[in-house]
Design a protein. Structure first.
Length: 535
């Protein structure tokens, strides 16, 4: 939708006002002109009636034809005369003698006019009753005389134009005046607005556009003191304030950038110091770990020396005795040899355990825990029977496979079973159970193995140290303090979880959680030959 220019809108408004005023002035002027014309016509009608009556009086006896031509001549001189009639007196009344051609039909002379004519007192009379029917008509009478007596009368009836008829005569002129006025107003307002409005506004908009593009030096010259000049002055003041504020902001940004740069430099220095401190801390931690490992290795070596030293001393003593027994009693020599063989086997087991403690890499493959636990329980059944311990198996059906090492898990389970055996010197019950958490078909199955016994249990203080290397509550010579350390290591190797619950005289429960693998994997189960020594 096209928007009209401001000067066009102003022209339209001014044109409507001016045209309205012109038409209003036309109506008022037409009324005044119509009234003036009426007054002039009335006065002229009076004069013509009196003059015609005087002329007829001076002529005396004149024929009808002469009177008719005179009446026609007077009626034709003015188009507003409706009728012109000459009356002749007949007794106390009046009869029509001559009327101008084209005159309106005659109407009786009013009674008051007739009496005035007879009494020789009327020069002209307007009958008010005649104007009630048609106020646009004017009727005038003038008496004719013969020897000082009224012998007749002259009647002139004239029609007046209405106000609208007069206005219509001037309407064409008003229309042309209105058109010329509108054109002049349009041209005048265009040049006025171009000089006083459009040019200043264009300069102001141009300065705004430059300011929007970042040119804060844009200024608009002030050339007038009107409202646009005031607007220009306020714009220049505003843009100056914005320029000053921008410069101040840039200065503050420069200060802020410098402070940020200094803070960044300081932060880099502190980060560098922190990295150096962390590196030193890592080196210190590494040294401490190495010292800890050396201390643990020293304790292990001391324990190994103690474990191996005892059978070696026994072997040394029996070898010396064997020399003397071979000379004295061969049967005692055989007994000595058996003792030496047993001690050598004991050393072999100690060395094997030490090798197991130092092995860290474990190869994992799909493994059936139910099968491994079942075979292990069968192998340990003589030991359970010998120690009056009841073994209870609660193995879940369709247990998912896990990724594990049969040898390492066998070592883990044997350590837990041996701990349970040591905790029940007078007999009891060991319950081994398996279950699945997370659903049979879920990819997040968790295979849970529970070892629970009815042994002596542990206090909270003892539980806080059970995974410390070389910590044991068993009698000297019956425990190394490395069993549960190995258990914890094997659990970590398999990515499993382990929780321990125990109360004094209420038994202990180890709960192990292994991640199940999908059943679509190969069902190959790692088989291994298990050699379990009955104790």
């Amino acid at each position: 939708m096209t928007t009209l220019k401001l000067h066009i809108k102003t022209t339209l408004l001014a044109s409507v006002i001016i045209v309205g005023m012109l038409f209003g002035a036309l109506v008022v002027t037409s009324a005044a002109i119509a009234q003036l014309e009426r007054d002039d016509d009335k006065q002229l009608a009076d004069i013509q009636a009196v003059d015609l009556a005087q002329h007829i009086s001076d002529m005396g006896a004149a024929d009808s034809e002469t009177l008719s031509r005179t009446a026609d001549l007077i009626k034709g001189s003015r188009p507003n005369i409706v009728s012109l009639r000459i009356w002749e007196r007949s007794g106390s009344g009046f009869i029509e003698k001559v009327s101008a051609p084209g005159s309106a039909p005659a109407t009786p002379i009013p009674e008051d006019v007739r009496q005035a004519l007879i009494n020789n007192s009327l020069t002209r009379v307007i009958n008010p009753k005649t104007n009630e029917a048609d106020k646009s008509l004017y009727r005038v009478f003038a008496a004719t005389f013969d020897e000082g007596h009224t012998n007749g009368a002259v009647e002139i009836v004239e029609s007046f134009d209405s106000i609208w008829a007069v206005a219509f005569r001037y309407l064409k002129s008003v229309v042309w005046m209105s058109a010329i006025a509108i054109f002049l107003i349009l041209v005048g307002t265009y040049f006025l607005f171009r000089h006083l409005v459009y040019d200043p506004v264009e300069r102001l908009l141009g300065a705004m556009s430059r300011a929007k593009r970042g040119d804060l030096e844009a200024q608009v010259p002030k050339y007038s003191g009107d409202e646009l000049g005031l607007l220009t002055q306020e714009f220049n003041s505003m843009i100056s304030q914005v320029r000053d504020m921008t410069k101040e902001r840039e200065a503050q940004q420069g200060i802020l950038r410098e402070r940020v740069r200094e803070a960044t430099f300081e932060l880099e220095e502190r980060n560098k110091q922190l990295r150096e401190t962390n590196l030193e801390l890592w080196r210190t931690t590494r040294r401490m770990n190495e010292l800890g490992r050396l201390a643990a290795a020293g304790q292990t070596v001391a324990h190994f020396a103690h474990e191996v030293g005892t059978p070696l001393n026994l072997i040394s003593g029996h070898v010396q005795l064997l020399k003397s027994d071979l000379e004295r009693d061969p049967r005692d020599a055989i007994s000595r040899i058996k003792t030496i063989s047993a001690q050598i086997e004991r050393i072999e087991r100690i060395v094997r355990r030490m090798l197991d403690k130092t092995r860290f890499e474990t190869e994992l493959s799909p493994l059936d825990l139910n099968g491994l636990l079942h075979r292990l329980c069968d192998a340990m059944s003589p030991t359970f029977d010998k120690r009056n311990i009841k073994m209870v198996e609660e193995l879940a059906d369709s247990l998912p496979l896990i990724a594990g090492s049969a040898d390492r898990l066998q070592q883990l389970f044997l350590n837990l079973i041996n701990n349970s055996l040591d905790a029940m010197p007078k007999g009891g019950e060991v319950r081994v159970s398996t279950s699945v958490e997370g659903g049979k078909n879920s990819k997040a199955n968790l295979v849970v193995v529970d070892f629970a016994d009815t042994g002596v249990g542990m206090t909270p203080e003892i539980m806080s140290h059970i995974f410390d290397p070389l910590y044991t509550t068993k009698q000297r010579g019956h425990g190394t303090g490395l069993g549960l350390v190995i258990v914890s290591q094997i659990v970590s190797e398999h990515g499993a979880t382990m929780t321990v619950e125990s109360e004094p005289q209420c038994g202990t429960r180890f709960r192990l959680g292994f991640a199940g693998i999908q059943s679509e994997l190969s069902p190959t189960v790692e088989e291994s030959n298990m050699v379990v020594e009955a104790r």
